[in-house]
Design a protein around this ligand. Structure first.
Ligand code: ADP
Ligand code: MG
Length: 322
């Protein structure tokens, strides 16, 4: 399948709902400026052998690529509306592979109400390399930044923490847990659930926020540094799925994986204590479980404490590329 057939047959249908995409038949896409809003733009690249396995199902690769970007927009309180895809496909990639990739991307674009509005397609003698740019909108000045946390604020997370990191081990067959738990965790790793509805709904409460991709402790460290504050995590309050909880109960050293491992794609945010009840009501309204896991203090760094307030020695590791 040549580049032009690929774009016209597989990608152009994914642009059909967005007039400014010009049917993927022009040099660039047109975005209408919406008064009173800011565009929020993010990009993430994924390389075969680094971010996914070359033999992973193509539809899942496409969906994860989209979802990690939507998670970044949600973390800023933005609603997504469009994406662009730059793809370097290995020479001779099978047509079936490309069709499955486009199908997975199309399914998820539809699920999240987002359109493909352009991109670039090249061939490579190296590994499959994908880069997706996502566009969202937020009311001017309403974006959630990493830099707004203040001493006294609560620290909140959505969903459950640690499934992604445990799921990576489960996906590799390296986590000795019951099969149903392994399947649940592996699925959480393979297919993140970006909190696209929750992010915009929490924007008016959050003083700061980000999504958790590199591990709770490390990412909270980024937020604390950007805000010029310290953060305390109360380990017993960190929400875990039944599968993660059972895995940690069976082997307590896995708590470090839960707290510092990556790939959660949950939202991490801070909010003044005064909005606790309103925030919980907002979360309940969209059936989004949220948990208060700690607090912001004066100072620097992240401290993890146990039920009696003693510091826990989990490495500040998390996942680092460099
Ligand atoms: P140019 O040579 O002007 O860069 P291309 O031939 O690369 O144009 O692209 C033609 C059209 O197809 C453009 O609208 C571009 O955005 C779109 N396009 C190319 N590759 C992709 C892709 N991987 N995903 C979505 N749109 C794409
Ligand atoms: Mg051109």
């Amino acid at each position: 399948m040549d580049e032009f057939t690929l774009i016209a047959e597989l990608f152009a249908p994914l642009a059909a709902g967005f007039p400014g995409a010009l049917g993927l038949r022009d040099d660039a896409a047109l975005l209408d400026a919406v008064p009173g809003t800011q565009s929020v733009v993010t990009v993430d690249a994924m390389v075969a052998g680094v971010h996914f396995l070359p033999e992973d199902p193509p539809d899942l690769i496409a969906r994860k690529l989209l979802r990690v970007n939507l998670s970044d927009l949600a973390a800023k309180g933005a609603e997504p509306f469009a994406v662009m895809l730059a793809a370097a496909f290995p020479r001779g990639v099978a047509e079936e592979w490309l069709r499955a990739f486009a199908r997975g991307l199309g399914d998820d674009l539809q699920e999240f109400g987002v359109h493909l509005i352009g991109g670039d397609t090249v061939a490579t003698s190296g590994p499959l390399t994908l880069s997706l740019t996502a566009f969202g909108r937020v009311a001017t000045g309403a974006a959630i930044l990493r830099s707004g946390a203040r001493p006294g604020d609560d620290v909140w997370v959505t969903g459950t923490i640690g499934d992604g990191a445990l799921g990576l081990f489960a996906a590799r067959g390296e986590l000795a847990v019951p099969p149903a738990h392994a399947a649940f965790l592996a699925d959480r790793y393979r297919l993140p659930r970006p909190r696209v509805t929750a992010g915009p709904r929490f924007a008016r409460f959050a003083s700061a926020g980000m999504d958790i991709s590199d591990g709770l402790v490390q990412d909270l460290g980024h937020l604390a540094r950007a805000s010029g504050v310290a953060a305390v995590i109360e380990a017993p309050h960190v929400p875990m799925s039944d599968a993660a909880r059972a895995a940690v109960d069976a082997d307590h050293s896995r708590l470090a994986t839960v707290l510092t491992g990556g790939d959660d794609y949950e939202l991490l945010f801070t909010a003044p204590t005064a909005v606790r009840h309103e925030l919980l009501a907002e979360a309940a309204d969209i059936f989004m479980p949220i948990a208060r896991i700690g607090r912001i203090e004066e100072g620097a760094g992240v401290k993890v404490i146990d039920a009696s307030g003693r510091p826990l020695a989990v490495g500040l590791g998390g996942w680092r590329h460099f």
